[in-house]
Design a protein around this ligand. Structure first.
Ligand code: HEC
Length: 164
């Protein structure tokens, strides 16, 4: 009788153990589902759709100066990571990416005067890369839409040397 009571208690304990394990794994499964929708899940679908293009542009065109980290190079290339100047005006950031920039600017308390030449040719590309920047490089700062940059004028590019 004593032995069977012990068995019963053990069985009960094992059942408890197993069911608590089952319960524990459920939230983990839910978390995986949320993660699977990606780091841009909170952004509108059209902004999410431009991220691969933005990433491609950043990695091929911007890293040479602003660095892979977006931290830039002191006194020469301003940071795009947690940059107060960039976050203060997203439309201006798109315009600068399109048309270049040659102004004296204070970014996170440091002065920059080096010139940036035009980096991309279309508003679509400029918006895509700025949205990538706004959601990477340590940033999580919303987005800018094509409609918002409607008023940005693409300046004529410097004349190309005539083909020989
Ligand atoms: C050849 C170097 C170079 C490349 C390549 C370059 N930049 Fe810049 N960038 C600069 C410099 C220099 C400045 C500061 C310009 C000034 O003082 O007017 C700047 C400034 C900026 C700014 C405004 C300053 C800030 O910190 O917010 C933004 C936004 C920006 N760049 C985005 C980009 C993006 C996006 C790309 C890639 C598509 C890019 N840049 C590629 C050199 C570069």
């Amino acid at each position: 009788m004593k032995k069977s009571a012990f068995l019963l208690i053990s069985l009960f304990a094992i059942t408890l153990f197993i069911s608590s394990c089952g319960g524990g794994s459920q939230p983990a499964a839910e978390q995986t589902t949320v993660k699977a929708t990606g780091p841009y899940a909170d952004l509108p679908a059209d902004i999410q759709a431009m991220m691969p293009r933005g990433e491609e542009i950043y990695k091929t065109k911007c890293t040479v100066c602003h660095q892979v980290t977006g931290l830039g190079i002191e006194n020469v290339f301003p940071p795009l990571s947690k940059a107060d100047y960039l976050l203060a005006d997203k439309v201006r950031a798109v315009a600068q990416t399109l048309n270049g920039s040659k102004v004296e600017m204070i970014v996170n308390g440091k002065k920059f005067t080096t010139e940036m030449t035009p980096q991309v040719d279309t508003k679509e590309d400029a918006v895509a890369v700025i949205n990538y920047v706004l959601n990477n490089l340590g940033n999580k700062d919303g987005f800018v839409t094509l409609a918002e940059v409607q008023g940005v004028v693409i300046k004529p590019r410097p004349a190309q040397a005539p083909a020989k």
